[in-house]
Design a protein around this ligand. Structure first.
Ligand SMILES: Cc1cc2nc3c(=O)[nH]c(=O)nc-3n(C[C@H](O)[C@H](O)[C@H](O)COP(=O)(O)OP(=O)(O)OC[C@H]3O[C@@H](n4cnc5c(N)ncnc54)[C@H](O)[C@@H]3O)c2cc1C
Length: 351
C-alpha cells in the first residue's frame, strides 16, 4: 500500500450510505465521523417542487477517514509506505517491478499484480497508455465554500438543488460538516464544466435569500479540477495483464448517483478477491476481476449514458426527473432492504 502524503487533504463531500460500512467490513468509529449526523435529504427541482425524505447517511472528513482506513489495512497485515510516488514500472514474464520515488531516495518493489488506485489522475493507467476517458487539461471543476451563518438551514439535512444553472453534472449541495478545528460549518458546493466561481456565487445568492441567511462569513474555499471525461465510453477500464484498476482510476465515479467512494471500496475489495483466487486457482486475476465487476460496471455505464451533462435545459432535466424519480425512489427503498441481508461483496450501489 503506497501513499503520496498521509493524512492527505482531499476535496470530497465525504458523504456515504450505511451499506458502505458493509463493503469495508467494519463500523467507522464515531471519532472518525463529523459531529453532525445527516438523516434527511431535501431535493429542490427546477420547477420549484421540493421533496424531503428520510435518508440516513455517513458524514466524514476525508483526511480523518482515510487515515483510519490506512490503519485498518495495516491491522489486517498491509505494509504501508508514506511519502512515496509511483514513477514507472517494468514488466517481467511473471509480474511487474514498480519504481517508487520516496521522500528520501527510491525503492523498487517486485509484485505479481499491481492495483492502480491513484484516483482521477491515474498514474499507472496513464503509463499503460489506456488513459482514454481522461484528458490532459480540465474537463470541469467542483468548488466548496465553508461558512458560518444564522438562518433557516437544518443541520440534519443534505440539501440537493437540481438545476443546470447551478450544476450541469449532478445537483448543487449544502449541508453541515466539521473541519479540522473540531467546529461545525455549513458547506455549499457545486460542479460545472466552466465558470465554476460564478455558478457557485449565483447558487449561494439564491440560498442566502431562500433560507434567510444572515451574518454570513466564508471561512474556507476548496476546489478540485477534474481531468476525467465523464461522457467518454472508454472511461471505465478495469486493467490488463498484471494491472488492475480500481475506484476513480478505473473510471468508476458515478455522477448520476453523485458519489464514488462506495464503488472505489467495492472495486478494491473485488480486485483483492480476484488476486486471492488467482493464488488458489491459477486463473488470471484480471479475468476473475472483470467477471466479479460486471454488475457495478453495468450500473455505472447505464448511469453514465443518462447523465445530466447531456441535458441542455432545465425543462429536459425536469422531464428526466419526472420520469425517473418515483422509479428511483422505489428501487432505492427495495435495494436498501436487500442490502441489509447481502454480503459486503454483493452490495448494490445507491441511490
Ligand atoms: C468535490 C468532490 C466531492 C465528492 N463527494 C463525494 C461524496 O460525498 N461521496 C462519495 O462517495 N464520493 C464523492 N466524491 C468522489 C470520491 O472522492 C472519489 O470517487 C473517491 O475518492 C475515489 O477513491 P479512489 O481511492 O479511487 O481515489 P482517491 O480517493 O482520489 O485516492 C487516490 C490516492 O492515490 C494517491 N496517488 C495519486 N497519484 C499517486 C502517485 N503517483 N503515487 C502514489 N500515490 C498516488 C493520492 O494521494 C490518493 O491518496 C467527490 C469527489 C469530488 C471531487
Amino acid at each position: 500500500m503506497k501513499e503520496k502524503e498521509y493524512p492527505r487533504q482531499k476535496p470530497c463531500s465525504g458523504i456515504q450510505f450505511p451499506y458502505f460500512e458493509k463493503i469495508i467490513g467494519e463500523h467507522i468509529p464515531p471519532n472518525r465521523l463529523c459531529n453532525n449526523t445527516l438523516s434527511k435529504v431535501e431535493m429542490h427541482f427546477p420547477n420549484g417542487r421540493v421533496i424531503s425524505t428520510r435518508f440516513p447517511m455517513l458524514n466524514f472528513m476525508r483526511d480523518t477517514f482515510d487515515e483510519w482506513l490506512c490503519c485498518l489495512a495495516q491491522s489486517y497485515g498491509a505494509e504501508f509506505r508514506d511519502g512515496c510516488s509511483f514513477k514507472d514500472f517494468e514488466e517481467l514474464d511473471d509480474g511487474v517491478i514498480i519504481h517508487l520515488e520516496m521522500n528520501e531516495g527510491a525503492e523498487d518493489i517486485r509484485a505479481k499484480y499491481v492495483v492502480d488506485a491513484t484516483g482521477m489522475r491515474p498514474a499507472i493507467r496513464r503509463k499503460l497508455r489506456k488513459s482514454d476517458g481522461f484528458q490532459n487539461g480540465s474537463t470541469g471543476a467542483a468548488l466548496n465554500y465553508y461558512f458560518i451563518a444564522n438562518g433557516n438551514l437544518e443541520s440534519d439535512k443534505l440539501y440537493q438543488f437540481w438545476n443546470i444553472e447551478y450544476n450541469n453534472m449532478m445537483f448543487a449541495w449544502i449541508y453541515n460538516k466539521m473541519l479540522s478545528d473540531g467546529n461545525d460549518y455549513w458547506v455549499i458546493g457545486t460542479g460545472y464544466d466552466r465558470d465554476i466561481y460564478q455558478r457557485l456565487d449565483n447558487f449561494f445568492d439564491h440560498i442566502k435569500e431562500f433560507y434567510h441567511l444572515r451574518n454570513v462569513k466564508i471561512v474556507k474555499k476548496e476546489g478540485y479540477s477534474s481531468s476525467m471525461s465523464f461522457t467518454d465510453e472508454e472511461r471505465i477500464w478495469l486493467g490488463e495483464r498484471n494491472f488492475l484498476m480500481v475506484g476513480d482510476a478505473a473510471g468508476l465515479i458515478d455522477l448520476t448517483r453523485g458519489v464514488g467512494m462506495d464503488a472505489a471500496a467495492l472495486s478494491g475489495r473485488l480486485a483483492a478477491k480476484a488476486i486471492g483466487l488467482f493464488q488458489t486457482s491459477g486463473k488470471p486475476a484480471i479475468e476473475v476481476y472483470s467477471q466479479l465487476m460486471k454488475k457495478l460496471v453495468g450500473q455505472t455505464r447505464k448511469n453514465q449514458r443518462r447523465g445530466i451533462l447531456s441535458f441542455k435545459t432545465n425543462e429536459e432535466l425536469q422531464a428526466f426527473l419526472d420520469k425517473n424519480m418515483l422509479k428511483m425512489g422505489v428501487n432505492m427503498f427495495v435495494q436498501s432492504l436487500f442490502n441489509r441481508v447481502r454480503s459486503g461483496e454483493s452490495q448494490v450501489m445507491l441511490p
